[in-house]
Design a protein around this ligand. Structure first.
Ligand SMILES: [Zn+2]
Length: 295
């Protein structure tokens, strides 16, 4: 059954901006986040507390998170890949954090220099510290439908990691098609397999539109009852593995589709489009959203 209400998780200010080459000023990031909240988004991933050496775009994570005017009913999750990042996030007033793993062994090795099993061990102290501080932890799994290095990813690896993250205390598992290679039936099969071990109410869809499949994949998985979707305003981010290709599905396009299906998101499309245009102007381009460009 397709849910009547969907929780959108806006990932543009983090997942999107961290994959853009151009430096975006702290003030601009804060304004973007505030515009997204004004548009009705209630979950806005705002920064990543990762080493500035690795992700210079996010070096002002502390200033961004502590500089946002917090709106009641809106949460501003941040990525915390290690304890150092977690502690800084806590200091900046984080109430929601996220840890990040991949279902691909090769991707994990290349990205964070360890095995999947070792990466899971690194989550433990973060999750324990978060629980002690009353902070919710989301788990991301990338490469759920394919890996830029190893190609196919065994379904069992996705299911295992999702199950482990859930058992460790992640309240939600976001399933990411990092390179945007999935197609609808494959995506549905993947979610179905994960849902045998983790309740569907704890799953989120994170599709990339690299090959134009994101909305079709989302629709297919909504039929399984998934009610959380990650998306990025103006399709911010691009695809780090395919130069010039699109990455995150645009929030505007997701909202338009859900509106047409009579599904409630709480988002005002016009204001969202405005926020997307605001940030796209910073990059001197038009939004990577079909709906925005047709408006
Ligand atoms: Zn993404």
């Amino acid at each position: 059954m397709i849910p009547k209400k969907i929780q959108l998780v806006e990932v543009g200010p983090r997942d999107g901006l961290q994959n853009e080459k151009l430096w975006v000023e702290t003030e601009t990031k804060i304004t973007l986040i505030e515009k997204l909240a004004q548009a009705g988004l209630t979950k806005i991933e705002s920064a990543s507390f990762v080493s500035p050496k690795w992700v210079p775009q996010m070096k002002d994570a502390f200033e961004v998170l502590s500089g946002i005017e917090r709106r009641p009913g809106v949460s501003y999750p941040v990525l915390t890949p290690n304890m150092k990042g977690f502690e800084k996030a806590l200091e900046a007033g984080a109430t929601d954090v996220a840890v990040f793993g991949a279902a691909s062994e090769v991707f994990t090795q290349k990205n964070i220099n360890c095995s999947i099993a070792e990466s899971v061990e690194r989550f433990r102290p973060i999750i324990a510290a978060a629980q002690k501080n009353g902070i919710r932890v989301r788990g991301y799994i990338s490469c759920v439908l394919g890996c830029p290095y190893q190609g196919a990813v065994p379904l069992a690896d996705v299911v295992n990691l999702a199950e482990q993250m859930s058992e460790m205390g992640c309240y939600e598992i976001s399933l990411g098609d990092t390179i945007g290679v999935g197609t609808p039936l494959q995506a549905k099969k993947m979610v179905e397999a994960v849902a045998e071990k983790v309740p569907v109410s704890k799953l989120a869809l994170h599709f990339h539109d690299t090959r134009g499949q994101a909305l079709a994949n989302i629709y297919a998985c909504l039929e399984l009852g998934v009610s959380v979707i990650d998306s990025s305003v103006a399709g911010l981010g691009g695809c780090p593995y395919a130069h010039g290709a699109s990455g995150n599905v645009a929030t505007e396009d997701v909202v338009f589709m859900l509106n047409g299906m009579g599904i409630e998101t709480g988002v005002e499309l016009e204001k969202l489009i405005e926020a997307g245009r605001f940030i796209s102007e910073v990059f001197a381009r038009s939004p990577q959203s079909k709906v925005s460009n047709a408006n």
